[in-house]
Design a protein around this ligand. Sequence first.
Ligand SMILES: Nc1nc2c(ncn2[C@@H]2O[C@H](COP(=O)(O)OP(=O)(O)OP(=O)(O)O)[C@@H](O)[C@H]2O)c(=O)[nH]1
Ligand SMILES: [Mg+2]
Length: 368
Amino acid sequence: MSELDLHCAGCGIAIQTEDKTKPGYAPESSLVKETPVCQRCYRIKHYNEASTVTLGDDEFVRILNSIGHTRSLVVQVVDLFDFNGSWLRGLPRFVGDNPILLVANKVDLLPKNVNRNRLVNWLRKSASDLGLKPVDVVLVSARSGEGVERLVQAMDTYRKKRDIYIVGVTNVGKSSLINRLLSQYGESEKEITTSQFPGTTLDVIEIPLDEGSSLYDTPGIINRDQIIYRVTPEELKLVMPSKPLKPKTYQLKDKQSLFIAGLARVDFVKGEDQPFVFYISNQLNIHRTKLERADEIYANHLGEMLSPPGKDQADPTAKLDKFTFKVPAGNYDLVISGLGWIALHGTGANVVVHVPKGVAVSLRPSLI
Ligand SMILES: Nc1nc2c(ncn2[C@@H]2O[C@H](COP(=O)(O)OP(=O)(O)OP(=O)(O)O)[C@@H](O)[C@H]2O)c(=O)[nH]1
Ligand SMILES: [Mg+2]
């Protein structure tokens, strides 16, 4: 049995029963179920295993291109915890004339008192700066359900009975959001596989909406700028916040340095005394020291006091990337892709950020 016309209900991949080591394997005995799942999805769901298969970028581009040949509403999902790192570049080029609805997921991670209208305006402005004019912007949380009703209304308004494609970088919560929508409509027995590891969905998954139109989940592309590709699966659980962020404020003088675990170092090189507010996973420690001692502390304590990375991964001799910023007076965030951001609301500061090679660091007008 090699050519089965069956697709895994969890990740969309074509199911095969012949090779355990290849994607899509499911034992024949499991195929009697109405909604068959591949062994990988079974293991992610029941043992929270890290997924080892990833989708090639070519395949991803092929899927995006095919959306350009449909008439549909495209829903671009971004992760509010890492707006910059979860931005899907060049989407308008791929999807042609189809309208794009921008959905910012994981709003539950932001402190409760954050002004929602301000966030939406911030998103609209940032999207526009990145070359996207969405038909609308909706804040949601697949986890808490916030904004989901609004999303349903917006999708209904803009799709005009056409298909809907949910697209975005890996791990932004596309599949979680669809599961949330399905359970809202009493279809809770259908469940797409989700996991904290990137690259969960492997092919397009069709969910019929009504006579003649469907909602499609799609796999996400990997954005290697994000720090999540520099940590082990165990460390990823610490780096990706699971609870609302509790901002940590440090009143700093210049010539001080702060380590975010052993993953990043922020040097306040020059400027007036001012607060640095860290929005990072509550499970990561911050260590403050003098700038002149920072090299020595890193060399001697990486993998111990400064962890993650753990002892086995720690390599204090590995070359780091260094970003220098002249932060203007006003409200700005220094963003370390996938790790979080540091808000500055001062009179200006010269700051240097050190991160593992290839991780993106940027400056933006403050989100909060
Ligand atoms: N805090 C929070 N976490 C979320 C939310 N939505 C999804 N997640 C988490 O984000 C991670 C990725 O979720 P998925 O739904 O698998 O993401 P995806 O975009 O489908 O990922 P790919 O299939 O790899 O492209 C999981 O750990 C989810 O639990 C949310 O609203 N809030
Ligand atoms: Mg998915």
